[in-house]
Design a protein around this ligand. Structure first.
Ligand SMILES: NC(=O)c1ccc[n+]([C@@H]2O[C@H](COP(=O)([O-])OP(=O)(O)OC[C@H]3O[C@@H](n4cnc5c(N)ncnc54)[C@H](OP(=O)(O)O)[C@@H]3O)[C@@H](O)[C@H]2O)c1
Length: 241
């Protein structure tokens, strides 16, 4: 198994859920931009599940040395990479903040997903599970740079799923609403609409086993986004969302 963004609590909960369910992996590759923190998780799964695991450096803000990934193959890729960035009035027009959001959520991420998708296509098997966001469904004033990058990611995943279908490779697009993780720490989230990392991982695992194409976390977000998508633009542009 390959985990991209392995310090995400949701990613780690997904790994634990899969291991608890008895999934067998010859090795788990934990890609991360914070190797030291991921080493702790390696030790944890080695001790608790006798699972072989290895940390692989991947920082999307830096040049990628693709040769390091040549021998890494897997039937399952779980991608939790994401960067919310700043969305205050001052940061909105800040080019560094904007570039970072677009590159981590989209521009630098797509080549990595493509790299592993191509390996799966050659083997004619595998599943890619990628966390996008409900923020990609309609641009809102509170986070439209992030939302636009996630919209691009969602469109890419839809096309990739379509492209890989004949090659028996499956793509699951996950569209979380709110999740209580380090990304949202300190934000005033409605508890009724917020999943814990553990709950999110359980939802995603279920969707993976059912070979769903698109899954919302929590399911109530499917209804919320149906409403949000259907608000006429002349009303939507006046809302403070
Ligand atoms: N939390 C929410 O409410 C929410 C809502 C909708 C969608 N999402 C999406 O769900 C996914 C998981 O998010 P989360 O809530 O678990 O947040 P998180 O804890 O911040 O996880 C995101 C992970 O992305 C990786 N990452 C960030 N910058 C990177 C970089 N420069 N290079 C490589 N990897 C980088 C980090 O992993 P490493 O430290 O291991 O590198 C980080 O742990 C993300 O795609 C996020 O956009 C979250």
């Amino acid at each position: 198994m390959i985990v991209l963004g392995s310090n995400s609590e949701v990613a780690q909960e997904f790994v634990e859920k899969a291991l608890k369910e008895g999934e067998k992996f010859s090795k788990i590759y934990l890609f991360t931009s914070h190797a030291e923190t991921s080493e702790k998780f390696v030790k944890h799964i080695q001790v608790k599940y006798v699972q072989q695991a290895e940390v692989v450096d991947l920082d999307l803000t830096k040049e990628i040395d693709w040769s390091r990934f040549e021998d890494i193959n897997s039937d399952l890729v779980f991608c939790a990479i994401g960067h919310l960035g700043e969305s205050t009035e001052e940061s909105l027009y800040d080019s560094k903040n904007t570039e970072k959001i677009i590159s981590i959520n989209y521009a630098k991420l797509i080549p990595v997903l493509n790299y592993f998708a191509e390996k799966m296509e050659r083997k004619r098997s595998g599943t890619l599970i990628v966390l996008s966001s409900v923020a990609g469904e309609r641009g809102r004033q509170s986070n439209f740079i992030y939302g636009s990058a996630k919209a691009g990611l969602t469109a890419y995943l839809s096309g990739l799923r379509n492209y890989l279908f004949d090659n028996k490779v499956h793509v699951l697009t996950v569209k979380p609403g709110f999740m209580a993780t380090k990304m949202t720490e300190g934000l005033p989230l409605n508890p009724h609409l917020t999943a814990t990392a553990k709950e999110a991982a359980a939802h995603i695992y279920k969707a993976y086993k059912k070979r769903k194409n698109v899954a919302y976390v929590l399911p109530v977000w499917e209804l919320i986004m149906l409403i949000i998508r259907n608000i006429p633009e002349f009303i939507f542009k006046k809302l403070k969302l």
